[in-house]
Design a binder for this molecule. Structure first.
Ligand SMILES: O=P(O)(O)OC[C@H]1O[C@@H](O)[C@H](O)[C@@H](O)[C@@H]1O
Length: 455
């Protein structure tokens, strides 16, 4: 049987996200599964004629599928409608003009505009079965996230609301389920008795690079509030009965409900990059970048220690850190194991503990184990076991889009989790706004401000 004919209506289609991530994601998806039939309708305020739109779609899809086969069918049917989706008459006319079995409305918009369009959609009404896909951030505070949740679930049921977090489509993030729950070796040691601390690090070498939005958000809202807390939940969740949506999202929700930053001043750090060089490329001071308003005090590096106050994790710090303009890419979670209860007397040289390093890009893991040295047999060394976690078939956006088109909300953030993530970071945002945590500086291309602890 042919796949149901789906129309993806992208609101905010002339924006950067559509060309940089969504259309390439669709291309990887269609290249992997040519039987899918997807019609793409783009809309935005900007006037674009048909040729301009088609050429944008073609270029963007080529980034995801250089062979270009995926774009052929899409280009045949795609169209662009310039208009204002916050205007009920225009939105109704646009939706009425679409004839399909399943409509997916993708909000590639900032949260305030998403809320306005949703309010209009509530008046207009969405066809039966419509899926709403909302880009991150979901709201820009706990209050707004609650309001938006109430609004979207008045339009369609929760199972048809896809709050996007593309990290849930990362191969290694999904693999945490297999790694954790299908290995006798790891399962019994995955708790406070055996694990000392967990670090989740996402150091990027990219800088602001013209993304005006970033200056209004900063590392805490942009990365930790969403992506890193989702990873933390996948690492910390209790064993799940099945990988069905309800079991998985209940477990994620339960972890987030238990999580908090105990002392937002003591347990957090923030920093901002100054001029420097990354891989020989000169990088200007963040405040000299175009569009930056220095008085906002936006951080480009954030570190937060989270406690998961439950039976499994009480007392185990989860340190989440994300930074831009760092000297090296480091995208990993590190699970540090406690030392054994007793080490035979007489051994020397044990200075680093055993740990599991989970790499998000490229996908893989390393298990660092203490062994007898190769030279002196009574001096410890570390032996590292490395594993690659298969090449992902789809880019994370492709994976997430596949789940949207299939109507499978497993890879989407549920409403309660979106609210919990804001609840966790809000005390930190308040402390930072009050100026109680200094904004440290670090040169672009460095490993962060002097004195920040990393493993
Ligand atoms: O590693 P990826 O997939 O590029 O994801 C990181 C990006 O994720 C986005 O959600 C953030 O807004 C960016 O600031 C960040 O660079």
């Amino acid at each position: 049987m042919a796949a149901p004919s789906t129309t993806l209506l992208i609101i905010g289609a002339s924006g950067d996200l559509t060309s940089r991530l969504l259309l390439p994601g669709i291309a990887t998806l269609l290249a992997a599964d040519p039987a899918r039939r997807v019609e793409i309708v783009g809309t935005d305020l900007r006037e674009l004629d048909d040729d301009e739109w088609r050429s944008r779609v073609e270029t963007a899809m080529a980034a995801g599928d250089p062979e270009g086969a995926a774009a052929t069918e899409v280009l045949r049917t795609t169209r662009y409608v310039a208009g204002d989706a916050t205007d009920a008459k225009q939105l109704r006319a646009l939706i009425d003009s679409i004839d399909c079995e399943r409509l997916v409305i993708y909000f590639a918009l900032p949260p305030t505009v998403t809320a306005l369009v949703c309010a209009t959609l509530e008046q207009v009404g969405a066809p039966e079965g419509t899926i709403l896909a909302l880009e991150k951030p979901f709201g820009d505070s706990l209050e707004r996230a609650r309001e938006l949740n109430a609004l979207v679930t008045r339009i369609v049921p929760e199972e048809q609301v896809f709050r996007i977090d593309h990290f849930l489509g990362l191969y290694t993030v999904l693999n945490l389920i297999g790694l954790r729950f299908a290995n006798r070796l790891l399962q019994p040691v995955w708790d406070r008795d055996s694990i000392e601390r967990v670090e989740i690090l996402y150091d990027e070498t990219v800088t602001l690079e013209g993304r005006g939005y970033y200056d209004t958000a900063g590392a805490l809202r942009d990365m930790i509030q969403s992506h890193l807390l989702q990873i933390m939940a996948m690492i910390a969740m209790d064993p799940i009965r099945s990988i069905h949506e309800r079991d998985l999202r209940d477990a994620i929700g339960a972890v987030l409900r238990s999580a908090r930053v105990v002392d937002p001043v003591r347990d957090t750090r923030r920093g901002r990059y100054t001029a420097g060089a990354i891989d020989g490329r000169e990088v200007p001071d963040y405040v000299a970048e175009q569009g930056v308003q220095p008085e906002r005090g936006t951080e480009t590096l954030a570190q937060v220690q989270v406690e998961v106050a439950n039976h499994r994790w009480a007392g185990v710090p989860f340190v989440l850190r994300s930074g831009k303009a760092m000297g090296a890419i480091r995208k990993q979670a590190i699970v540090h194991f406690r030392p054994p209860a007793h080490i035979p007397e007489g051994f020397g040289g044990r200075d680093t503990g055993d740990r599991l390093v989970i790499d998000f890009r490229p996908d893989g893991f390393e298990l660092h184990l203490t062994t007898n040295g190769r030279g002196d047999p009574f001096t410890f060394e570390q032996t590292v076991l490395r594993g690659e976690l298969g090449g992902a078939q789809l880019e994370p956006y492709g994976e997430v889009l596949a789940s949207i088109l299939d109507g499978d909300p497993r890879l989407a953030v549920r409403g309660d989790a979106a609210e919990e993530c804001w609840r966790i970071v809000e005390p930190v945002l308040e402390a930072w706004t009050a100026g109680t945590v200094p904004l440290d500086e670090y040169p672009a291309g460095s490993s962060g401000p002097a004195g920040w602890r990393t493993s």
